[in-house]
Structures are given as structure tokens and as C-alpha cells.
Design a protein. Structure first.
Length: 366
């Protein structure tokens, strides 16, 4: 699916903006603070219904405005599509796909897929395991939409078991029901773990290859470390039952896939702890390119690739390597303060947009 247009209303710094994207490479150029990242965020928001920069959606509404709205126009083999997200602080989002209200855009089978690199996203490498688990779960949903319910079912069962632990600990409930929730949690937990492991398996080789191509020399590895290696749900349920005393002391469930970790290593050391910021940036970019490859294989078409301020982090040689990677099939949006830093920027097939505070305009390629 190719995104042909984006419309923003009272989103971040934009009172109103409409742009057309190229089917291949689109370059967004402007000074620092002009609104390039806000534009990229708007594209991501329209694809997913959420921001990659903040968990507080109030921040996307322009100062002084009551409602933010994002609309995407897209096209695929079935024709034209429209996706929209409306958000007013304090109210649920209003999400529509082809005019039909939906609870989540990520549940829509025919929707634009997206991968995004941005300096802010380094927290995915440096931050807590919860961020990497959530990212991995989002990839599972994109690769295999039918498996999306597994994570939600696990989260519901975990919340119920934790609530029951709290009541037992307070002496207002007995333990008799814990066994049932152990079984429920284990059933969804084994499926969730296996989904994550399968997704990582789709990434490992490409991650190492892209890391090397981008200049992260040495042994670069992506690995999934599950909290349980139980072969079946019954075995995980037994592990939960064996830990119930410690869970009662803590007041929450301390074992299961909600404690899993996605590891990124370079020369056998965790990049989260021992990697330089430059190495972490390259690893993040390699991870997203590997995900793009996996989504292309799984869904039959590459996702939209958003690269915000990526060229400033690479030298000329590695900019050229990145350009080769993204020059093939697929749609890519690159932001930059200097068009000269983007190899191939003068090709006639490239769409160029110039951003000034609150405004976007097209620029002809000479």
C-alpha cells in the first residue's frame, strides 16, 4: 500500500497542511525546528493511530486548538483508501478506515504499514525491556494480524491474576481460583512467547547484515530471551503455581512473558549498556531495516519507511550504502537540513518538500 497524501489539521505546529508523497523517495528539507519531525509524526499517527514520540496524545494537539486531525490517502491493488484519526484531549480517539469507524487502526487488515527511525527512538535501544517487548508485539501484529489478540488476552489474564493476588494478600479472597488463572495466563503466555520468538527469527540474519552494511563492524546479534522455556501451557502453569508464595509477597506476578527481553548485542556485549550512542543509532536503523524486510516478505509489499534526521548520523560512505538499501522497491520519507546529504536527491523520480514553520511546499527537482 502506497500513501499518496497526508492532511494535517491542528497537529503539533501545523494549523493546516496538505502534502503529496512520491511512490519512491520523498525528501523533506528544512531548518532545525521547522516542523520536519512533526510531519513524520503525522504520517506515523495516521498509519497507526498513535505517536512514536510520546505516550501522551495531548501533546500532538496544536497549542490553542481543541482537536487534532490526521487524514491519509493511500492506494493499493484494490483501489483508493482513506484513513483518519481525530483526537480531542480527554476523549477517545475517533478512528476511521475507508469511512468505517474502527477501535484500532492496527486491527485493519488492509492498512498502511510503517517503520520509523528518529533520534527520539533511541530509547528503544537504551530504555527498559518493556519498550522492546511492546515494539516486538507491534511487529508480531503487523506480520501476522490474526495473532494480535494473543497479547491482549495475555494482558487481561495477567491483570486478573494480579488483582486476585492482591485480594488473597489482603485476606478478602482465597487461593482456590488462582489455579484457573494460572492455566489461563499460561495458555496465552506460551502462544505470546512463541509469536515473539518467531518474529525475532524473521529478523536475526537481516539485522546482522544491515548492521555490517551500515558500518557497525564486528559480531552484531539480535536475540530473544524469554523468561520461561516451558514446552507447553501446562508446564508454564506449574511454574506459576510454584512461585505463588513469592508472588503474594510482591503482590504481582513475577514470572512469564511480561518479563521477557529482546537483546541487541555487539561483540557479545549489550548495546544498551556498553554501546556508544553512534553504535546504538546504527543498531536501531539496522533493526528497522530488518523489520522492513520481514514485513515485505510477510505482507507482499514493503512498509512506508520514515527516516528522520538519519543522514546526519552517517558519513558519506554509509549514507550511500543506506541509499542503496532504500532505493529499491518501497516508499521512503527522509528528513534532512541539507539535501546534499541525501544521495540521489537530484533524481527526477524524487519528491522534494520544503518545510518552514507551520507550512510545507513542493519543490521542483532541477
Amino acid at each position: 500500500m502506497v500513501i499518496s497524501g497526508l492532511s494535517l489539521r491542528d497537529f503539533r505546529s501545523y494549523e493546516s497542511a496538505q502534502i503529496e508523497l512520491g511512490a519512491g523517495l520523498t525528501i523533506v528539507c528544512g531548518a532545525n525546528g521547522a516542523g520536519k519531525t512533526n510531519l513524520v509524526e503525522g504520517l506515523y499517527f495516521g498509519c497507526t493511530g498513535r505517536s512514536f514520540r510520546t505516550a501522551n496524545d495531548r501533546e500532538v494537539v496544536r497549542f490553542g486548538a481543541a482537536v487534532a486531525r490526521v487524514e491519509l490517502a493511500a492506494v493499493d491493488g484494490d483501489g483508493e483508501h482513506c484513513f483518519s484519526v481525530g483526537f480531542a484531549p480527554g476523549e477517545p480517539k475517533r478512528l476511521h478506515a475507508d469511512g468505517v469507524a474502527v477501535e484500532r487502526l492496527t486491527d485493519v487488515q488492509a492498512r498502511p504499514l510503517v517503520c520509523v527511525f528518529a533520534p527520539d527512538r533511541l530509547e528503544l535501544i537504551k530504555g527498559s525491556p518493556a519498550l522492546r517487548r511492546a515494539h516486538l508485539d507491534a511487529l508480531v501484529e503487523a506480520l501476522w494480524p490474526a495473532r494480535a489478540q494473543t497479547r491482549r488476552a495475555y494482558a487481561r489474564a495477567l491483570a486478573q491474576r494480579n488483582a486476585l493476588l492482591g485480594r488473597v494478600r489482603a485476606g478478602i479472597a482465597g487461593r482456590v481460583s488462582l489455579g484457573a488463572w494460572d492455566s489461563e495466563l499460561a495458555h496465552h503466555g506460551v502462544a505470546l512467547r512463541d509469536n515473539r520468538a518467531a518474529a525475532v527469527g524473521e529478523l536475526t540474519d537481516a539485522f546482522a547484515e544491515h548492521a555490517e552494511a551500515l558500518g557497525l563492524t564486528g559480531d552484531t546479534e539480535l536475540a530473544y530471551r524469554p523468561r520461561t522455556t516451558a514446552a507447553a501451557a501446562e508446564e508454564l502453569a506449574g511454574e506459576l503455581a510454584a512461585r505463588v508464595e513469592s508472588d503474594l509477597i510482591r503482590g504481582f506476578t513475577g514470572h512469564g512473558p511480561h518479563r521477557d527481553e529482546l537483546l541487541l548485542r555487539h561483540d557479545r556485549h549489550e548495546l544498551r549498556v556498553y554501546g556508544s550512542q553512534g553504535q546504538q543509532r546504527l543498531a536501531l536503523l539496522a533493526l528497522l531495516l530488518a523489520e522492513r524486510d520481514a514485513l515485505t516478505r510477510s505482507r507482499g509489499a514493503p512498509p512506508l519507511l520514515l527516516l528522520d534526521d538519519v543522514t546526519s548520523e552517517l558519513d558519506g560512505e554509509h549514507r550511500a550504502r543506506l541509499a542503496e538499501i532504500v532505493a529499491g522497491e518501497g516508499q521512503t520519507v527522509v528528513t534532512t537540513t541539507d539535501v546534499a546529504q541525501v544521495p540521489g536527491a537530484q533524481e527526477r523520480s524524487v519528491t522534494r518538500l520544503v518545510v518552514s514553520p507551520g507550512a510545507v511546499m513542493s519543490e521542483a527537482v532541477a
